[in-house]
Design a protein around this ligand. Structure first.
Ligand code: SF4
Length: 438
């Protein structure tokens, strides 16, 4: 039969089916399954600075970061994590923590596994041997010997995590593949995937499945190719481990955010990814609003008001930029709502998407207010925002804004005037949804 729609099998429904994964518990948060995509970040304090770390972790958590990672380069740092966890439990709450262990970190990993909810290892560094500049080949036998060493080294950590019912992230980085992977597969997404699968198989042999896997690279194209290949390989072997998405070393500012949004958002739009971290060369608190914006834009989490606004043109009947700011200031405390601000009635009403409310230029000095696609009333522009609020009150939708400025100290702005995605204390409807999910 001919394809009269011209879609040639493309899914044009606009839906975004997610790859089916198992739920992996990290403290009181679950990654994967039917749970919302989890937001995480990493503090940059010295882990030996217990007070500093407790403060930084608490600030991140209050800003909406659901899992917090910290680096553990030595045994002293591993011990310090125990004090950090204890202090958090005593003074705040039991924030899910992840410990990052690196070069030859087996003993450190075993110690820190007692104190955290998840351990992250980098397969390229966990059993680390300095690259030999004189080496010209890696024979199958060399490869097997090194693989056996990795297996023996991983085994105690996996058994410990299994016994404690804790999680492991197999976190591959493009820039730190082992020498044998580079010899065998090259500096490629295939090498990254093989590096992860080798560790996955060790875990499976020990019947340990609390696994999350990541394939980070600073090049967006490499990172996306690696995750896609990994998902395909996992699915082919009926392995449903969740994926942690990130573009590593994304940099800062607008470009860092764009790189992260393309890499992370692109994969999420394909249905891949269960937890995300945006890595910016900025204060970690700045990462959280970016995560939430990516998730909100894809409709994966509703933590902010969704504003639909036209770019304006010669038909625009008011200063739309200014009005959008005023509307946002008045309504940004009502996450879940969708509000459109459109310049004219020619195209505005049709292009408001499925906004709950619309504020549309009607004629000079007049605007129309919409409930969904229904025009409700026309009012003078000077009363536009007040009348919009009045309409929401009539509908029983309006809620008064929270405490005045100062009460939500520590909550970051996304630089666009949007409120922090989750209020201080980790409250809010969205948050409760996460905590209650299994
Ligand atoms: S909605 Fe109207 S004012 Fe806005 S860009 Fe479209 S035509 Fe121009």
């Amino acid at each position: 039969m001919s394809d009269q729609t011209g879609t040639h099998g493309l899914d044009t429904s606009g839906s975004m089916p997610r790859r089916q994964t198992r739920a992996v518990r990290v403290g009181d948060v679950y990654i994967g399954g039917s749970n919302p995509v989890v937001v995480q970040s990493m503090i940059n304090e010295d882990t030996l600075d217990v007070d500093g770390c407790v403060k930084a972790i608490r600030e991140l958590h209050e800003a909406g970061c659901e899992i917090v990672r910290l680096t553990v380069p030595s045994m002293a740092h591993a011990h310090a994590v125990g004090f950090i966890k204890q202090r958090l439990q005593e003074t705040y709450r039991d924030v899910p923590l992840v410990a990052d262990v690196h070069h030859n970190g087996m003993a450190i990993a075993l110690e820190v596994a007692k104190h955290v909810d998840k351990v992250r290892i980098n397969p390229g560094l966990y059993v680390f041997e300095k690259p030999d500049p004189t080496r010209t080949e890696y024979t199958p036998r060399d490869f097997q010997v090194a693989a056996a060493k990795l297996k023996e080294t991983l085994r105690p950590l996996i058994l410990s995590l299994k016994e404690q019912d804790k999680a492991l992230r197999i976190g591959v980085n493009h820039g730190s593949l082992s020498e044998r992977m580079l010899f065998t597969h090259g500096d490629t997404p295939e090498g990254m995937v093989e590096s992860a699968l080798e560790c996955v198989r060790v875990c499976r042999e020990l019947d340990f499945h609390n696994l999350v896997i990541s394939m980070k690279a600073s090049k967006v194209s490499v990172m996306m190719a690696a995750y896609r290949l990994l998902a395909r390989r996992l699915d082919a072997e009926h392995m449903d481990y969740p994926l942690h998405l990130g573009v590593t070393e994304a940099g800062d500012g607008e470009y860092g955010r764009i790189k992260s949004s393309i890499g992370i958002g692109g994969l999420l739009a394909e249905g891949l990814g269960d937890t995300i971290r945006v890595s910016l060369t900025e204060h970690p608190l700045k990462e959280i609003p970016v995560c939430y914006s990516i998730l909100q834009a894809l409709g994966l989490r509703r933590t902010m008001v969704e504003y639909v606004a036209c770019p304006s043109c010669g038909r625009t009947l008011f200063n739309i930029e200014e009005v959008l700011h005023v509307v946002r200031d008045a309504t940004k405390h009502m996450p879940g709502l969708s509000i459109a601000v459109m310049g004219c009635i020619v195209n505005g009403p049709g292009e408001m998407a499925d906004a709950d409310y619309g504020y549309v230029g009607k004629s000079a000095g007049k605007i129309s207010l919409y409930r969904g696609r229904e025009e409700i009333r026309t009012v003078p522009e000077s009363r536009g925002v007040a009348e919009l609020i009045a309409l929401m009150k009539e509908d029983g939708v309006w809620v008064d804004p929270p405490a005045p400025p100062g009460a939500a100290a520590g909550a970051p702005s996304d630089g666009n005037g949007s409120a922090a995605p989750i209020a201080a204390g980790g409250g809010g409807a969205e948050k409760r949804q996460t905590a209650g999910a299994t």
